[in-house]
Design a protein around this ligand. Structure first.
Ligand code: NAP
Length: 262
């Protein structure tokens, strides 16, 4: 049994993680943390009685419950503070929070080396999204001109999504920097061509009704090829989170991306 703590337990993702951990006989929910904690049971939002009360203080939660793993779905600034606290206290972080910078990843890597503990950070825990990224890298070898459109619910804080950034970085690693489009192209409306990663335009849509979606569109002579992934519910991320909780105890250093433990 892996002893699991959930940070951001009252959030959209955190509530789903609580349900998943409670329903998995290889995982045990031992603590739940959220800055909105108000003495409620961690499963209350899902109509479950877990026997674990959500608390605000991460350090106190760790001291009281000795988790093996701490799952974090909070916000970038909170996630970094939580990772530091967890690693210092001997807890292995499994992080889904997006918006972490390359500098943040470097720091987590250093902290893992210093403490001898592993950490897993995954911009996307959905199997289909991981496959979308793998396929995109393969296609980019033959069709290097590409744009990415990611679409998310309108309560998402960071743009672009961690998945869009990761997809662009992975594609850039095989095709390099490439100037796309007409050399004299001009934006008549600031930002209308999106942000770029190594010359790859990335566009973010935020609307109610979406969960998490992405299209990677490749263009070639007289043809286009589109790879699209849709997370139509937050359940899509849960097998990946459960897998990460089970596998992280045997990992070393910082593992970035779910594909590295699949
Ligand atoms: P959310 O509903 O806002 O949930 C975040 C929760 O964490 C909120 O209850 C928030 O409280 C709480 N929180 C903030 N700071 C905290 C702290 N220091 N300690 C403990 N709890 C804290 O957001 P969400 O939709 O669940 O998404 C959470 C993160 O997961 C986002 O970064 C999102 O992009 C990411 N995400 C990742 C994946 C993936 O597969 N990797 C999939 C979906 C989402 P307040 O609201 O009061 O701040």
């Amino acid at each position: 049994m892996v002893r699991v703590m959930v940070c951001g337990a009252l959030g959209r993702m955190g509530r789903e993680v609580v349900k998943t951990v409670v329903g998995d006989d290889r995982l045990q929910l031992v603590a739940a943390v959220d800055i909105r904690a108000d003495g409620q049971d961690a499963g209350a939002a899902a109509g479950l009685k877990t026997g674990v009360t959500v608390v605000r203080d991460l350090t106190a939660a760790i001291e009281a419950s000795h988790p093996d793993v701490g799952v974090d779905f909070t916000q970038p600034a909170a996630a970094m503070a939580n990772i530091r606290t967890m690693l210092a206290a001997g807890v292995r972080p499994v992080v889904g929070t997006t918006g972490l910078t390359l500098g943040d990843l470097d720091e987590v890597g250093r902290l893992c080396d210093q403490t001898g503990l592993p950490a897993l950070i995954a911009p996307n825990f959905a199997l289909g999204a991981v496959l979308m990224m793998k396929l995109a890298v393969e296609v980019a070898r033959y069709m290097p001109q590409v744009e990415i459109i990611e679409l998310h619910h309108d309560q998402k804080l960071d743009a672009p999504s961690g998945t869009a950034l990761r997809t662009a970085q992975l594609i850039a690693a095989v095709r390099g920097e490439l100037r796309q489009g007409h050399p004299e192209e001009e934006e008549k409306l600031a930002g209308v061509r999106g942000g770029t990663v190594a010359g790859i335009p990335v566009h973010s849509v935020r609307l109610p009704g979406y969960v998490a979606h992405q299209e990677v569109i490749f263009g070639g002579l007289g043809q286009t090829l589109t790879i699209r992934h849709d997370s139509i519910s937050r359940e899509s991320f849960m097998p990946g989170v459960a897998l990460a909780c089970r596998k992280i105890t045997g990992a070393h250093g910082l593992v970035y991306g779910l594909e590295n433990i699949m």
